[in-house]
Design a protein around this ligand. Structure first.
Ligand code: SF4
Length: 87
């Protein structure tokens, strides 16, 4: 049985300036830290390079793409099922 491939939501967290746009656009996926200095992907995995990632369904790509388009420092990315960046 082959596992169904998913899209990947990526957060270049070191670059985030904590503007709070992403949780406003996509509150199911993004939240601000308590000190308000950065955002986090809800349920995201912390990577060694301080980025975060979360596998998402195709239906959740659009709202996260909107969040990425609102990000002033372009630190939100999405990879398609083949691992190619779509934003
Ligand atoms: S929109 Fe970008 S800079 Fe603003 S909080 Fe979200 S990830 Fe950080």
């Amino acid at each position: 049985m082959t596992e169904e491939k998913k899209y990947k939501l990526l957060h270049d967290r070191p670059t985030c300036i904590g503007c709070a746009a992403c949780p406003a656009v996509a509150p199911d996926f993004w939240e601000m830290t308590e000190d308000g200095l950065k955002s986090d992907i809800k349920g995201g995995k912390n990577l060694d390079n301080e980025w975060q990632e979360l596998e998402i369904e195709e239906k959740d790509v659009e709202v996260n793409k909107e969040a990425a388009e609102c990000c002033p420092v372009d630190c939100i990315h999405i990879e398609d099922k083949e691992g190619k960046r779509i934003i």
